[in-house]
Design a protein around this ligand. Structure first.
Ligand code: SF4
Length: 413
């Protein structure tokens, strides 16, 4: 099987995402209350209301980058004075908003009534949402989430839950809708179920050759962001895990002659998914996992699944605010990565130094040293920008990846 052929789960994903985006527009047109949220805001809470549509500018920006219109949208923001040094997600989405959704693959996002951001991934995100607050003249609720150098303390968890309640009361006031906790309990159950299947899907990277590539995981993470807390999400991830398992049983592998098993650190290079996966496969190299998608459904310092407690949904959702890499300190990030290297039998790590996402990239030099010295696993640093292809040089990147593979070969001699 060729790496770029769509699997059955890949085809289902396309249908699901089209339905999700179109459905949001339809609900918004029919009077639903619309919120734009940062990626980490737990969307299960919105299930507690009758009709809330939520949209995620970061996901929208990733989609634009994946469809090849990242630079076009970036330039619209840059022409309004926003620096090229700002995150490309922000520039892309602002460009789209400034141009009323023109050039977006989905025509932009439904017009929002409320903005909700958080500050544990980065502070730029809050400033980005502030631009919309001014531009659209609507309220902006910021969830203040403490940065995480160790396991989340009870005090910090309670602090986040308290803010969830403030957010719920604000939505009740603005939308006129009543909040029902039992609906959130159900949504959290579906998310827990979905994550169980997600982790099963990822576990096929343990097989030799791997049943998946990190690129599959990048593509398949989309509905986790846009359809959290739904049966459709759980059903899709169940199908994804099952479909992957069947292909492994039939000995259909993305890189059949897999010689190098690599691990990726940073956000997906959305504009390079096809190119990069093809070139890696042509070298019999497979990036079998990534911090970016392994952290989904886990909490700080580990990639193991965190079990949601649906009887106390807001606490579980507060705990999940520490699930991504950016809000974690060096020690926690390195611990999770070391475990993944051991579990997956990784030969080398590709640290993608991301010009746009400084918070993700900040610790990479230290992590690379720690991995190379304590585990004797070679690493390489490549320059990328996750959504702005103008800051990416394919040949430079592959020269470095080639050097990494040589180091792996040297270590085997
Ligand atoms: S800088 Fe990184 S964490 Fe912040 S919005 Fe951009 S991609 Fe997200």
């Amino acid at each position: 099987m060729k790496t770029h052929e769509k699997t059955s789960a890949g085809k289902e994903l396309t249908q699901l995402m089209i339905k999700s985006y179109l459905g949001d527009f339809e609900k918004a047109q029919n009077g639903a209350f619309v919120v734009w949220i940062a990626i980490m805001v737990p969307a299960e809470i919105f299930s507690g209301f009758d009709t809330i549509v939520y949209s995620i500018p970061e996901s929208h920006a990733a989609m634009n980058a994946g469809k090849g219109v990242g630079p076009l949208q970036c330039e619209k923001a840059e022409n309004r004075g926003y620096s090229m040094d700002l995150c490309s997600y922000a520039r892309i989405d602002m460009g789209s908003v400034f141009d009323q959704g023109k050039d977006s693959p989905v025509g932009g996002l439904p017009k929002p009534d409320l903005l909700i951001s958080n500050n544990n991934n980065c502070s730029l995100l809050v400033k980005w949402f502030e631009v919309y607050q001014r531009e659209l003249n609507i309220p902006h609720f910021i969830i203040d989430v403490p940065f995480c150098y160790a396991s989340q303390s009870k005090k910090n968890l309670n602090y986040i839950v308290k803010q969830y309640w403030e957010m719920i009361r604000l939505i009740e006031t603005m939308s006129g809708q009543t909040f029902h906790m039992e609906k959130v309990e159900e949504a959290v159950r579906w998310t827990g179920e979905a994550l169980k299947h997600w982790k099963h899907f990822l576990s096929h990277a343990n097989h030799r050759p791997s049943g998946i590539t990190a690129f599959d995981t990048f593509v398949q993470m989309a509905p986790f962001l846009t359809m959290r807390g739904t049966k459709e999400l759980a059903d899709h991830y169940a199908f994804l895990a099952h479909d992957t398992q069947q292909r492994v049983e039939k000995k259909i592998f993305p890189v059949p002659e897999e010689k190098y098993r690599l691990f990726w650190d940073n956000i997906a290079p959305w504009h390079q998914l096809k190119n990069m996966s093809r070139r890696m496969a042509s070298m019999n190299a497979n990036i079998v996992g990534a911090t970016y998608t392994s952290c989904i459904g886990a909490v700080e310092g580990t990639f193991q699944r965190y079990e949601y407690d649906d009887s106390d949904p807001l606490c579980s959702l507060a705990r999940s605010m520490n699930s991504t890499v950016c809000p974690s300190g060096l020690t926690l990030r390195t611990r999770a990565m070391k475990d993944a290297i051991k579990d997956l039998g990784i030969d080398g790590v590709v640290f993608a130094s991301n010009r746009s996402c400084k918070p993700y990239s900040l610790t990479q030099m230290d992590q690379a040293k720690m991995i190379a010295t304590s585990m004797d696993v070679p690493t390489v640093m490549i320059d990328v920008d996750h959504a702005d292809v103008r800051n990416y040089n394919e040949e430079n990147v592959f020269i470095r990846i080639g050097a990494l593979l040589e180091k792996v070969d040297e270590g085997r001699r």
